[in-house]
Design a protein. Structure first.
Length: 403
């Protein structure tokens, strides 16, 4: 039977990032890592109008820079140079600028397929071995780790199992890890949009009485749309033909980018704030959406998960103990708890504040946006949250940051 020091269950963006953050230190220590993923990564990147994308914060760029991957990722990363936050029908608005913050970009929008390709190409196969396509169907706790049973009935043992298999993780439930859930009674409609005018690196957060929407800049003058609607409204929008859908979106968003000309495939997802009640056990860590799923409108979910992976890797590599040591895992969790609490709270409060149609809340929100634009300290705090630096000590270099 094969035995590994670490088994990462889920080779998506979070699992692959953890393998990359760990692999140099693991090689020096003689550790071996296995990455178990049900969907085989493609050998080549294929551009698609409808490609799903992720918003990477400035802090996430720094992590990938330290791994030597950013130059490759940046080939198809669209910089966010400005964020405009507005409330439909009200005068309050706020604008965040990369130039004002002294950074080359507030964040970057990258197609998931391209990001995944860059990550997989960076894997050192002398340290990290793939089991792909393969799926873990059962996890058996041992005194010194876990025994994993794969869908082909093969088994392997590991000192540390890392659960990074997504928000619908069946293994999480199998292990008896409970969830804290706060439904938003909303669904997110996701699609790519082409406007008539150049987006010029602008991202838009637009809040309406029906729910918030975001348009993020993509390559080829596309924009990634996240449109949040209550009840069955998202499903109704999904069923509209392209012309009627674009008309409805135009009415909600306005003409900041001129006429909206094209929409790609549309997808709808129900939204809730979900947190695992346990993220560490002896010989076990839970990461990514299996640990916490956030509302997408604030763009914090993947960036928080990436910081989790970095913090976990640092704790494992700094410890004299072998992977799986519970004290080491607890130290990771204690270190990361504040970041998670602040990021989840920021995302949740922004979502609830800007999803309310209650008149007094809307009036206060409008004044808050106006104040945010007029008060530099408040704007600076908000910008650091958006850049994924709100709970970190590292501050971006101002005035002449490298691009």
């Amino acid at each position: 039977m094969s035995r590994f020091n670490l088994a990462i269950i889920g080779g998506g963006l979070v699992g692959a990032s953890l393998a990359l953050v760990l692999q140099a230190g693991a090689k020096a220590r003689g550790w071996n890592i296995v990455l178990i993923e049900p969907f085989a990564p493609g050998n080549t990147y294929q551009p698609s109008y409808d490609a799903r994308s992720s918003a990477l914060s400035f802090g996430s760029r720094r992590i990938y820079e330290r791994l030597g991957l950013w130059q490759q990722i940046a080939r198809r990363a669209e910089p966010i140079l400005q964020i405009q936050v507005s409330d439909r029908g009200r005068f309050g608005a706020a604008r965040l600028s990369a130039m004002e913050e002294g950074v080359p970009a507030l964040g970057y929008v990258v197609e998931n397929a391209w990001l995944g390709q860059c990550l997989w190409e960076g894997i050192d196969e002398s340290v990290v071995s793939w089991r792909c396509p393969a799926e873990v169907t059962r996890m058996q706790p041992l005194d010194d780790g876990y025994r994993l049973t794969l869908n082909d009935e093969t088994e392997l043992d590991c000192d540390l199992a890392v659960l990074a298999d997504g928000g619908r993780s069946e293994l999480r439930g199998q292990l008896g890890i409970g969830l804290r859930q706060r439904p938003y009674d909303q669904s997110a409609l996701i699609a790519n949009i082409s406007p008539a005018e150049a987006h010029r690196g602008q991202a838009f957060e637009r809040f309406t009485d029906e729910g918030p929407l975001a348009l993020l800049p993509l390559l080829d003058n596309r924009c990634a749309l996240v449109w949040t609607r209550v009840g069955k409204e998202a499903e109704q929008l999904l069923k509209l033909d392209d012309r009627r859908f674009l008309a409805a979106l135009q009415e909600a968003f306005g003409y900041r980018l001129g006429a909206l000309r094209q929409v790609g495939a549309r997808h709808v997802y129900p939204l809730a704030l979900i947190e695992a009640e346990e993220q560490v056990r002896p010989h076990l860590a839970v990461l990514g959406n299996a640990a916490h799923s956030l509302h997408p409108i604030a763009g914090q979910g993947f960036n928080l998960s990436l910081r989790d992976t970095q913090s976990l890797a640092e704790a494992l590599l700094a410890s004299p103990a072998m992977p799986g040591d519970f004290a080491t895992l607890q130290a990771y969790w204690e270190r990361q708890r504040l970041d998670q609490s602040l990021t989840v709270g920021f995302s949740d409060q922004v979502t609830r504040l800007f999803s309310s149609a209650e008149p007094l809340t809307a009036a206060g929100r409008n004044l808050g946006l106006l104040g945010l634009d007029l008060l530099p300290p408040a704007k600076r705090w908000f910008a650091r949250q958006a850049m994924g630096l709100g709970t970190r000590g590292d501050t971006p270099a101002r005035n002449g940051a490298a691009s």
